[in-house]
Design a protein around this ligand. Structure first.
Ligand SMILES: Cc1cc2nc3c(=O)[nH]c(=O)nc-3n(C[C@H](O)[C@H](O)[C@H](O)COP(=O)(O)OP(=O)(O)OC[C@H]3O[C@@H](n4cnc5c(N)ncnc54)[C@H](O)[C@@H]3O)c2cc1C
Length: 422
């Protein structure tokens, strides 16, 4: 509370050298966290969260630390690694698969580059492509993005998401689908030029996203995938939408994390670099951003009326369980709706970022790669971002992409092993 009071009188006071940054998210420093629940989750989610912490690690039988979800992610990898080691499966790092080996139509191995040598490795039961998508391959993105102006410049995918192996499979007759699609996640540019995902920032009270004309055009609390799709649709239909602007008021900035900036703490470089705009009035902010001031002011006034009633008459923000999970559960009556009234106001540009492509090789229910005639290519399997997503153009919830990757790799292994036993 003290930090908030100081912020109210002078937003940049945090710049003083002796001032300590406030806790990461005000809500997480409250009582419920200490009692074993997370204040930012609703009661059902808290139960799930607590249960997940009570589970014991299959590796050492001890309960995992409650410090971070990052540990749980590492445990997933550690378990997979342990299984491979127990079974004596060799793991080659720093090894590039450069091509597939095909004999009489059947894929029987792969060509690899390792320690400066080219190796031909045979695989009796099959080859599983799990090399990710092509988010970092500018040529492939531009070729397949159709009318979406995207050559991968806004991707946050790993550097290895380069698509070469996907191309080798396509050259061997593999069919593809959804090549223009990606796991969209709206992104902003930080002062150093790198990208940051914008997830909960846009769903919380006191935030809206507008097109360059100053109008809202979708439910800001919807799934990240939908936001990217909305941005491109807007661009297609009106000629602008990429990028858009995320606008927040000071109450939002003083209460919530923003691109990992703690509440109430906005480093000067965000403003001096131009990564974030700040102005005392909405009209002033609009002028700084090149947005029509009258339209933005009217948009905010309309949104503020919805915030008072708790009913977003335009886009239904905060109605779904997904939206509410992303909002602020302490905010009545709609965890996603709050007015933008408290100056100064802030704005950042929002781009249709992504964490990988979600189109690729077309596979059947056994994870077998299909050819352009719809027949399986013998011996060739694929999973994950190398494939056209089993969920089509949707991202139902966090974990959906990693989950499908694991499931279809498992199915591929089962199928390949069963063929050998016949
Ligand atoms: C910042 C970020 C946050 C994310 N958050 C989530 C989340 O919360 N939930 C979720 O479900 N998903 C999330 N994802 C997406 C998720 O990480 C991917 O969907 C998933 O990792 C895809 O798995 P994959 O095995 O298909 O590909 P990858 O994990 O990309 O693995 C493919 C590997 O193959 C390597 N490779 C590529 N080509 C070759 C070659 N020719 N030879 C040898 N190796 C090669 C690559 O270097 C890479 O290491 C996130 C992604 C990012 C970037």
């Amino acid at each position: 509370m003290r930090a908030r009071a100081r912020h109210r009188s002078r937003p940049d006071r945090h710049q003083a050298p002796r001032r300590q940054a406030p806790p990461l998210d005000r809500r997480s420093s409250r009582g419920p966290h200490r009692r074993g629940g997370r204040a930012d989750l609703d009661p059902g989610q808290r139960t799930q969260h607590a249960q997940s912490h009570r589970r014991r690690s299959p590796l050492d039988g001890r309960p995992p630390s409650r410090t971070s979800h990052d540990l749980q992610r590492r445990l997933l990898i550690a378990q997979l690694l342990t299984v491979l080691q127990r079974r004596g499966v060799p793991i080659w790092t720093r090894t590039e698969v450069v091509d597939l080996i095909q004999e009489d139509g059947r894929v029987v191995g792969a060509v690899m580059q390792r320690d400066g040598r080219r190796l031909r490795v045979r695989a009796g039961e099959g080859v599983l492509i799990a090399s990710g998508g092509f988010a970092r391959n500018g040529d492939m993105r531009a070729k397949h993005s159709r009318d979406q102006p995207n050559d991968g410049q806004w991707t946050l995918a790993n550097p290895g998401d380069s698509g070469e192996l996907l191309q080798r499979a396509i050259e061997r007759g593999a069919a593809t689908d959804l090549m223009d699609e990606a796991w969209w996640v709206p992104a902003l540019r930080k002062p150093d030029g790198t990208l940051a995902m914008v997830i909960q920032e846009r769903a919380r009270p006191g935030a809206i996203i507008v097109d360059p004309g100053g109008s809202r055009y979708f439910n800001e609390a919807g799934s990240s995938m939908e936001v990217g799709q909305h941005m491109y649709r807007r661009q297609r239909e009106t000629g602008s939408g990429v990028p858009s602007w995320l606008i927040i008021d000071s109450r939002h900035r003083s209460r919530y994390l923003f691109a990992m900036m703690p509440p109430g703490f906005t480093p000067k470089k965000w403003l001096t670099s131009g990564a974030m705009k700040r102005a005392g009035t909405l009209a002033g902010l609009a002028r700084d951003c090149g947005i029509d001031p009258d339209t933005l002011t009217a948009t905010v006034e309309r949104f503020n009326r919805f915030a008072v009633t708790g009913n977003d008459e335009d886009f239904g923000r905060g109605l779904s369980a997904h939206d509410r999970y992303m909002g602020d559960p302490t905010h009545a009556s709609n965890p996603c709706l709050g007015p933008l009234t408290k100056p100064p106001f802030f704005a950042v540009q929002i781009f249709p970022g992504d964490v990988g492509t979600s189109g690729g090789l077309l596979c059947d229910e056994h994870s077998r790669v299909l050819d352009v005639h719809g027949d399986p290519i013998p011996g060739l399997y694929a999973t994950g971002n190398a494939t056209a997503s089993v969920m089509g153009r949707a991202y139902p919830a966090g974990g959906a992409s990693i989950g499908a990757t694991c499931v279809f790799a498992y199915i591929a292994g089962e199928h390949a092993a069963a063929q050998k036993l016949r």
